[in-house]
Design a protein around this ligand. Structure first.
Ligand code: SIN
Ligand code: FE
Length: 308
């Protein structure tokens, strides 16, 4: 139920008559919190680019955490080289990768293509096992994704990963999906307080202030965004949950690609090295089953609108 092996897709959908229907079906699977898995990467990625990316794994001193790429600004972050040519080359590789993933997804998940917004792409060249990161940044603890700097107001976080390591799998854990975790833990994490505040007079005034601050670049978070950030931290802080919950290990083999809504599929990365990743924000209007979206789940639990 939580995993689909995609075997009928090739670029251009050759031999598939009902490609629109297939595309819709895959979007529905994703919205039901499934992971779509391709045993072989369907994204155009020249071998030369792959080789250059893989060679960076020896290069810890020049890599900060992950290397990120912002497609709308054509900006690379997290990598510094003394040779300016190297940085420019890496930026060009990430630019091409971003374009290739977007081309692939536009065809494979056609119903979303007119609606999503391109978020960041990243390259993760460091071994995940044993990384020494502060608690809230640790990705080896189960969590759902929420980005402090990019509130979505209910929009979904869609991510595409490719394991380009020649031999090592990337190993994840997952557990029950967002709707189940939310029923069990959202109130303990403070859902009602955040929801009630948003609906109060104070909350409305706070919104006026925030909308002014947003003009100088302060991210404007909705009640939904505030809760999702809280829930992300709450899950990582909660050792009873981390130790006691049901755990399902997942192995992403070398050269595989997987697509997932990481705001509804809890995940932890235990080991692996050299993954490419691209994030898209899919607005709730574009979803085929918006009632399953985390914002709707939380609104129905709290009895409040959370979009403002
Ligand atoms: C994440 O936790 O969002 C990243 C997972 C990964 O890098 O495999
Ligand atoms: Fe995550």
């Amino acid at each position: 139920l939580f995993w689909n092996n995609v075997t009928d897709y090739q670029p251009g959908w050759p031999g598939v008559h009902d490609r629109n229907e297939r595309s819709r079906w895959y979007c529905e699977q994703l919205e039901q919190a499934s992971i779509l898995f391709f045993a072989h990467n369907p994204i155009y990625l020249p071998q030369e680019h792959r080789d250059i990316l893989i060679s960076l794994r020896q290069d810890n001193s020049r890599i900060h955490k992950n290397i990120s790429y912002r497609p709308k600004l054509d900006k690379l972050r997290g990598y510094s080289s003394h040779q300016p040519g190297e940085t420019a080359r890496l930026r060009a590789i990430m630019q091409q990768y971003s374009e290739s993933v977007t081309n692939f997804l536009s065809e494979f998940l056609a119903p979303y293509a007119q609606h999503w917004s391109l978020d960041y792409a990243s390259y993760r060249p460091l071994e995940e096992e044993g990384r020494d990161l502060p608690l809230h940044k640790r990705n080896d603890l189960l969590h759902i994704d929420a980005f402090p700097s990019r509130p979505t107001k209910g929009g979904r976080i869609l991510r595409v990963f490719t394991n380009i390591h020649p031999t090592k799998p990337r190993v994840w854990l997952t557990t029950d999906r967002f709707d189940v975790l939310a029923k069990e833990l959202a109130f303990a994490a403070g859902l009602q307080k955040i929801a009630d505040h948003a609906a109060s007079a104070d909350g409305r005034w706070a919104r006026v202030t925030k909308s002014i601050l947003s003009r100088i670049g302060v991210p404007e978070r909705s009640a939904y965004d505030r809760f999702m950030l809280r829930f992300h931290d709450y899950l990582k802080e909660n050792s009873e949950f981390q130790n006691g919950c049901r755990k399902i290990p997942l192995e992403f083999t070398p050269d595989s690609t997987w697509i997932v809504f990481t705001d509804a599929v809890p995940h932890a990365v235990l080991s692996g090295q050299c993954a490419l990743e691209h994030t898209y924000i899919v607005p709730t209007d574009a979803l085929l089953a918006p009632d399953k979206a985390p914002i709707r789940v939380l609104e129905s639990l709290s009895g409040r609108s959370l979009s403002a």
